[in-house]
Design a protein around this ligand. Structure first.
Ligand SMILES: NC(=O)c1ccc[n+]([C@@H]2O[C@H](COP(=O)([O-])OP(=O)(O)OC[C@H]3O[C@@H](n4cnc5c(N)ncnc54)[C@H](OP(=O)(O)O)[C@@H]3O)[C@@H](O)[C@H]2O)c1
Length: 269
């Protein structure tokens, strides 16, 4: 799809990947509305974008609430008359032993990473169906295909998001509205606390730069990809795990011990 003039609702715009994605969208001539939780992060995004983002649309909203999701849709209607692309990029993480995570933290991960994108899609869908065109982009993770130790709640939320993306994509065939699921591997952003990077060095987990991931997301939108897995060999492991999970159980056994020890040493929620 052409991004020039496309009306894009970008949720999670002020984060590590989001700010580069916002810049890519502006450079491509799209008309994005940038949404993040905190106003001060949006102010910092505006500064980061400089002149290109001076007249763009910014909205502080908590997309786990119905009122704020509606505020996003209303803002798009008022500014641009509708939505062509919804990008569900907002997410939260926790690196912790599951037994150490509070029930509230587990619930919040599911709400932000899975339920809010489902309901955000539900909120824009009638408008997209009425115009017989649109794209819903859900940003998952490699951990949405491979369940990972000490990222249990996070993995679960991303598995849910992947399932949602697949089912909705099939349901909407022929409607003009399409669904893209993009799964990055590790990305160097504030989402991950220092313990994750320390653990990753020991287990040799690869991380990409957010600029590159933002470009991959834009590429997936332009090409109309159904699913895109970023990074090799993670993209291959994701497929192997789907067919031979026992093989992956064995290969992750040693890593599991390391991960549990780092998670116990300050993993937060
Ligand atoms: N970083 C990685 O290693 C990695 C790997 C694979 C997939 N991903 C996925 O990529 C996406 C972006 O990650 P990131 O690394 O850019 O994360 P990040 O730097 O922590 O940014 C997250 C963004 O989401 C926003 N947000 C969080 N809760 C929200 C809510 N309730 N309502 C509205 N906005 C909310 C944050 O708002 P504020 O700016 O106001 O805090 C921020 O703009 C996530 O879905 C993540 O799971 C990340």
């Amino acid at each position: 799809m052409k991004l020039e003039d496309a009306r894009v609702l970008l949720i999670g715009a002020a984060g590590g990947i989001g700010r580069y994605l916002a810049r890519e969208l502006l450079d491509a001539g799209a008309r994005p509305c940038m949404v993040a939780l905190r106003q001060e992060e949006l102010d910092s995004l505006r500064e980061f974008l400089g002149a290109s983002g001076a007249d763009a649309c910014y909205l502080a909203a908590d997309v786990t609430t119905e009122t704020d999701r509606q505020a996003c849709v209303d803002k798009m209607q008022e500014k641009f008359g509708g939505v062509d692309v919804l990008i569900n990029l907002a997410g939260i993480n926790a690196f912790a032993r599951y037994e150490d995570q509070s029930p509230e933290a587990i619930e919040r991960i599911m709400l932000v990473n899975a339920v809010a994108p489902m309901l955000m899609a539900r909120a824009v869908l009638p408008g997209m169906l009425a115009q017989a065109g649109g794209r819903i982009v859900n940003v998952g993770s490699t951990f949405g295909s491979i369940g990972f130790s000490c990222f249990t709640a996070y993995s679960t939320s991303k598995f849910a998001l992947r399932g949602f993306s697949q089912a909705l994509r099939r349901e909407l065939v022929g409607s003009g509205v399409e669904v893209t699921y993009v799964a990055p591997r590790g990305v160097e952003t504030p989402l991950n606390p220092p313990e994750v990077y320390a653990m990753a060095r020991e287990v040799k987990m690869a991380f990409d730069q957010p600029e590159a991931v933002a470009r991959e997301i834009v590429d997936a939108v332009r090409k109309g990809s159904k699913e895109k897995y970023i990074g090799f060999p993670e993209s291959l492991f994701a497929r192997i795990n789907g067919v031979f999970p026992g093989v992956v159980d064995n290969s992750l056994k040693k890593q599991n011990e390391v991960m549990r020890s780092y998670a116990a040493n300050g993993g937060h929620d």
